[in-house]
Every structure is written in structure tokens, then in C-alpha cells.
Design a protein around this ligand. Structure first.
Ligand SMILES: Cc1cc2nc3c(=O)[nH]c(=O)nc-3n(C[C@H](O)[C@H](O)[C@H](O)COP(=O)(O)O)c2cc1C
Length: 208
């Protein structure tokens, strides 16, 4: 499948069958998430892989009643950072020094950019970090499709309840997006064979 075939193959699954996604494929999707670009490479988020059935049940009852939660093989939660602590900022600089074998002085530009992000007020920072999770979402969906794994991006959940279930309170994290993974239930998912609905190319893209 080329990339466009892959994008046509994928859709946001409403019903999954009971087949489990192999650990190899999950690892590839998680690695794609880790490699996703983020602003300055700050990766101001935490990624949770949820496979525990009791936890999935609790999420299905208290945060998201959509059937994908009950039926998926694995669930990924992208939780955005509420702030950038000094510790994280120092780790960011150290990671750059170690990975690229460069001096701290050579990273002064990156450090001042990161400091300007750190100074944002809380709601502005969270807005910024949540937007970073959407980039990761796009990469995860493409990676899943390339592995022929079905994935549903999900915002339709109670984020506060999710924060409580996942014990995020006081950890500087806020639930942003869910990605349900599994395999489409062709028989019970009305969307399984329905055509894509998108704006026409000329309407959507303007060449200047
Ligand atoms: C940020 C975001 C949040 C979404 N939330 C949900 C959701 O909560 N439940 C759901 O079934 N689909 C959800 N979707 C799927 C969209 O409805 C779907 O991507 C869109 O209708 C296009 O269809 P397709 O993905 O099947 O091609 C979401 C998509 C995005 C990008």
C-alpha cells in the first residue's frame, strides 16, 4: 500500500472485533509516537498504553461510554503537560547535549526558547502542549495504518474523570486525546465499508 492507499484504507473505527494487536505492532506504533516531531522537541506530554481490562472497564464506565473503549485491543492516552518544570528543562538540555555530543553553551538559543515557553501562563501553556498532542495523534494514526492496525482518534471523553482514573492530578498532566487500537468489526461497524467524506481538492486546496 502506498501512503494514499493507506489513508483511504484507514477510518475511525466505531466497532472493533476481539482480535488482539500483537506486541510487535504496538511497539512500532509507540516508537512512531516517540519519534513524532514536537515544538522544539520538548515532547511536553506523557504517553500511556492502557491494556489492563479492569482499567479499561473503569474508563468505559466513568469517562467514555463509546463502544471502542470496551472493544479495543489497546488504548493510548496522550496526556499534555500543564507546565515545564526546571527539572524537565534541564533534562531537555542534557538530552540534546548527550544525543548530539554538543556543549551546553551551543544550546543557549534552544534554552532561551524553552524558557520563553516555560514562562507562558498555565492556560496558555496547556493550550500549547495540547496542540502538540495532536501532532502525535496524526503520526500514530499513520503508523497504525502502515501496520494495518485500525485506530480511532477520540476526544469524546470526560477528561476530568480520565485524569482521576489515571491518577494524573498533582503530576502536572492533563488528559488530551485517546487512540483506540484494534481490528475493525466488518459486520457490526456501519462505517467499515462506507466511502470517505472529504472536501473536493479544488475546494480544499488553493494554489497561489
Ligand atoms: C481530534 C479528533 C477527535 C475525534 N474524536 C472522536 C471520538 O470521540 N469518537 C469517534 O468515534 N471518532 C472521533 N474522531 C473521528 C472523526 O470523526 C473522523 O476522523 C472523521 O469523521 C473523519 O473520518 P475518518 O477518520 O473515518 O476518515 C475524532 C477525530 C479527531 C481528529
Amino acid at each position: 500500500m502506498n501512503f494514499i492507499e493507506m489513508m483511504n484504507w484507514r477510518y475511525s473505527v466505531k466497532h472493533f472485533n476481539s482480535e488482539k494487536v500483537s506486541q510487535d505492532k504496538i511497539d512500532i506504533i509507540l516508537e512512531a509516537i516517540r519519534l513524532a516531531p514536537t515544538s522544539m522537541g520538548l515532547q511536553a506530554m506523557k504517553v500511556f498504553l492502557i491494556e489492563d481490562e479492569i482499567l479499561l472497564k473503569e474508563i468505559g464506565e466513568k469517562s467514555c461510554i463509546q463502544p471502542q473503549i470496551k472493544e479495543c485491543s489497546h488504548l493510548i492516552l496522550l496526556a499534555a503537560r500543564e507546565d515545564l518544570t526546571d527539572e524537565e528543562l534541564n533534562e531537555f538540555i542534557k538530552r540534546n547535549m548527550d544525543s548530539r555530543n554538543v556543549s551546553e553553551e551551543s544550546l543557549s538559543g534552544s534554552k532561551s526558547m524553552a524558557l520563553s515557553v516555560q514562562k507562558k501562563d498555565k492556560s496558555e501553556f496547556l493550550d500549547w502542549s495540547m496542540r502538540q498532542t495532536y501532532i502525535v495523534l496524526g503520526i500514530a494514526l499513520a503508523a497504525a495504518a502502515s501496520e494495518k492496525v485500525d485506530a480511532t482518534p477520540m476526544k469524546g471523553f470526560n477528561a476530568q474523570a480520565m485524569d482521576e482514573i489515571m491518577n494524573l492530578k498533582g503530576k502536572g498532566l492533563a488528559s488530551s486525546l485517546l487512540i483506540a487500537l484494534g481490528y475493525r468489526d466488518e459486520e457490526n461497524d456501519p462505517y467499515a465499508n462506507s466511502p470517505k467524506v472529504r472536501k473536493a481538492k479544488d475546494e480544499f486546496i488553493e494554489v497561489k
